[in-house]
Design a protein around this ligand. Structure first.
Ligand SMILES: Nc1ncnc2c1ncn2[C@@H]1O[C@H](COP(=O)(O)OP(=O)(O)O)[C@@H](O)[C@H]1O
Ligand SMILES: [Mg+2]
Length: 312
């Protein structure tokens, strides 16, 4: 598991960016701690790329602050960060290595050793003398991540790194990110509109919609924070007694039934009430509980319920 320190790698506060009358990023506050693999999740058009461009100083912001390892000065911030925003562009007739050399020369940061190391990290060692036009999309994407790594960043920001790739390319990049998380000390922010892309990789997640942060925390916190759901089964004909008993109880809500069920099972959302407390209350009220089963929420259900969008 990822070890997280309490050092703040990237903090935005009230980040806001408008395009004409449209607010693409709306008072966004997020917090990435050193060592986090942070999933920046939201449906298409939520404002992820715009927020990332603002964080990187690639575009201006209308309001808010960005702090990277405690620095608010954009030049100092840049020295900590490697980034890949949207699909990386390369010179197709130049080799992978030449493209990285160019990037190093352009950025004024990075050495030959850094290039070697980046090529090794992204699995392009041995393919670096071939022109980029012969690379698969997955290889180009990995070269893009390699380019973000050459300056030895402490914070790696990747905007939808698997977007536009075929399943094989997605797999390549996903495996690479898992490896980077395991093998390096990097703090990584990865944006995606696909929950499946980041659910397994990330220790912390921020979910944005319409430019606003709607939930942020560890996967476990987010799932738990939604309120746990339990299924209560009472022997027929007691469901009315169960409902009556629940009516006088705070911190619990009855969820709509999944299907008409004749057994008297109810799905309850607990908000502030624990399962043992619920059980005690029902027993004291003389409700014959035959089963009390916690229902696991997946992050996917949470994401869907928070953003109300189909995952595409
Ligand atoms: N350069 C731009 N000019 C005008 N509107 C933009 C521009 N860039 C992004 N937007 C708008 O801002 C919103 C957020 O877009 P974007 O940040 O690309 O979302 P995401 O990366 O989450 O898909 C969208 O409504 C998009 O159309
Ligand atoms: Mg985007």
């Amino acid at each position: 598991m990822v070890q997280t320190s309490s050092v703040e790698a990237l903090v935005t506060s009230g980040l806001t960016r408008r395009f004409g009358g449209r607010t693409a990023v709306n008072g966004l506050s997020l917090r990435v701690l050193e060592g986090d693999i942070y999933g920046f999740l939201g449906p298409n058009g939520a404002g992820k790329t715009t927020a990332i461009r603002c964080m990187l100083g690639l575009i201006g912001r209308d309001a808010g602050t960005v702090s990277i390892f405690g620095e608010s000065d954009p030049v100092k911030q840049r020295s900590f960060v490697g980034a890949m925003v949207e699909t990386p562009a390369f010179h197709p007739w130049m080799t992978g290595r030449q493209n990285l050399e160019r990037a190093v020369a352009f950025a004024g940061r990075g050495t030959k050793d850094d290039i070697d190391r980046a090529l090794q990290l992204v699995g392009l060692w041995g393919r670096d003398a071939e022109p980029v036009r012969t690379y698969s999309l997955g290889m180009r994407q990995r070269l893009g991540i390699g380019r973000a790594l050459v300056g030895q960043p402490k914070l790696l920001i990747l905007d939808e790194p698997t977007n536009g790739l075929d399943p094989r390319g997605m797999r390549e990049v996903r495996d690479l990110l898992g490896q980077l998380a395991k093998d390096t000390q990097l703090t990584i922010l990865i944006s995606s509109h696909l929950l499946s892309e980041i659910e397994l990789l990330c220790n912390r997640v921020g979910i944005i919609e319409k430019g606003c942060m709607i939930a942020e925390g560890t996967v476990a916190e987010l799932v738990a924070g939604k309120g746990s759901v339990v299924e209560v089964d009472v022997s027929s004909p007691e469901p009315d007694r169960l409902r009556a008993s629940l009516a006088g109880l705070a911190g619990v809500g009855v969820l709509p039934a999944k299907d008409e069920d004749e057994h008297g099972a109810l799905r309850l959302a607990l908000d502030g009430l624990t399962v043992p407390e619920l059980n005690r209350h029902l027993v004291q009220d003389g409700v014959p509980v035959s089963a009390l089963v916690p229902v696991q929420h997946s992050l996917e259900e949470l994401f869907l319920s928070l953003t109300n969008k189909e995952l595409t």
